[in-house]
Design a protein around this ligand. Structure first.
Ligand code: PHE
Length: 444
């Protein structure tokens, strides 16, 4: 069933037993929505780029999605047993080659190139995940970094140079909550072997202001668009907060959250880059910050797009609404939903194979090697963009046999038309057959 080689964007790779990329995901590798004129993901990229101008920042928008495990994980200090490396989370071409799970995969290479004071990378990224209106196995990230070189700043004084650059940034008047100290000795340590407290604080301050300016720009544009279309629109003041976070390649690290429609939403991750990255890249005198932000989620907020599948649609009722915006960001408008077709819910209940001590590996799912992402992907693989979401509605373990039963509810709803019950049944029948065939479950 697995082809022995696979060609992605003109390059051919050998596959092996690790290969797990379904055809619908492979087919997305050449879409490059972040570069498609007037596409909301591309417009979002343009708005963010406007906050990080050339020549301080260099833009890299066409890095290939196929990277090595070294680039995606090892070069960033991910431990060998990090769960992100597992085949249930990540798409592998072969044991050493994968579809990048984040734009950070390109950090190390860019640090060694070290040709500018900063960079932005926008690209498609790939993760196995659940099925609902805000998850899709392919999405887009923007990575940004700003670096300073000890040998190039006046008197080698990094803190002074960073504060001088900070003083040149615009200010804003958004309410920012930042209750924690900029570092914490256990939870969020500064890299004391490499950075003085003053240096780390200067970099943190520059990072935070830069990223606050980025969300201010986005939300100001989103509000202007909303106000233009809706005379009753009430402008809620933007609220931003910083929370401690952990990434293997930054320390200290933070996440920014934005208060939106009654909830704190995580919008980006960032931190002071681990000095090991610069040392390994052969530029030990450099130091700085990095961030990563998901473009699709931001675009959904910005344009009020209710379903992530719409980004992949070629329907003019969707794409036509953004015509001209890439050339003039002031034309930005919110998405006006076209009629929503009815939902069609179908349930599937099955028993997992009983866990046997003998453990003969037949490739079927027992309670131990069952991964929900496998169910999600089988469904997406068959129903494509007709599946809106998949939810676990019930599970229990039989008291006598110890067997586990799961029930999933699948919502089949096309963005393009009303599905007939016969069409939904046909898809559902194929989903059930594939669950049996590929996971070895027993339908109840
Ligand atoms: N790569 C991280 C993610 O995908 C985000 C990140 C980028 C965090 C850069 C810190 C610095 O979650």
């Amino acid at each position: 069933e697995t082809p022995s080689t696979i060609t992605i964007n003109g390059k051919t790779y050998p596959t092996d037993a690790w290969f797990n990329v379904p055809s619908n995901v492979l087919a997305s590798t050449n879409r490059r929505l972040h570069l498609q004129k007037d596409h909301p993901v591309s417009i979002t990229r343009q708005i963010l780029e406007s906050v990080f101008p050339r020549p301080t920042f260099r833009y890299h928008n066409d890095f290939d999605p196929v990277v090595s495990t070294y680039e995606n994980f090892d070069s960033l200090g991910f431990p060998p047993d990090h769960p992100g490396r597992s085949r249930s989370d990540t798409y592998y071409i072969n044991r050493e080659t994968l579809l990048r799970t984040h734009t950070s995969a390109h950090e190390a290479a860019l640090f060694s190139a070290s040709a500018s004071d900063g960079y932005l990378i926008s690209a498609d990224v790939y993760r196995r995940d659940e099925v609902d209106r805000s998850h899709y196995p392919v999405f887009h990230q923007m990575e940004g970094a700003r670096v300073w070189d000890r040998t190039k700043v006046p008197n080698g004084d990094i803190a002074a140079a960073v504060y001088a650059d900070l003083a040149r940034l615009p200010t804003h008047n958004v309410k920012v909550e930042d209750p924690n100290p900029p570092s914490h000795p256990e939870r969020n340590p500064l890299q004391s072997a490499h950075h003085s407290p003053a240096e780390a604080e200067a970099i943190a301050a520059h990072l935070k202001r830069s990223l606050e300016l980025m969300v201010v720009e986005i939300f100001t544009r989103a509000k202007a668009a909303a106000a233009k279309q809706d005379p009753n629109y009430v402008d809620e003041p933007l609220r931003v907060r910083w929370v401690e976070a952990y990434f293997p390649f930054t320390s200290p690290s933070w996440e920014m959250e934005v208060y939106y429609a009654g909830d704190w939403l995580e919008v980006l991750g960032c931190g002071v880059s681990k000095q090991e990255l610069f040392i390994n890249a052969g530029v030990p005198s450099q130091l700085g910050w990095a961030f990563g932000i998901g473009l699709d989620r931001i675009a959904m907020l910005l344009f009020q797009i209710p379903d992530i599948r719409l980004f992949w649609s070629r329907d003019e009722r969707f794409l036509g609404q953004f015509a001209g915006v890439s050339d003039n960001l002031d034309l930005l408008k919110r998405f006006v939903p076209f009629s929503k077709y009815p939902a069609c819910y179908k349930d599937v209940s099955f028993w997992l194979r009983a866990t046997s001590a003998a453990g003969g590996n037949t490739g079927t799912a027992n309670a131990h090697d069952f991964h929900e992402n496998d169910v999600m992907e089988i469904i997406r693989n068959i129903a494509g963009d007709v599946v809106e979401d998949v939810r676990l509605t019930d599970q229990f373990t039989h008291p006598k046999t110890g067997r586990r039963s799961m029930c999933y509810r699948i919502n089949y709803r096309s963005l393009e038309k009303t599905l007939t019950n016969a069409e939904a049944n046909e898809l559902h029948g194929r989903v059930i057959a594939a669950l049996v065939d590929r996971l070895g479950v027993e339908i109840r």
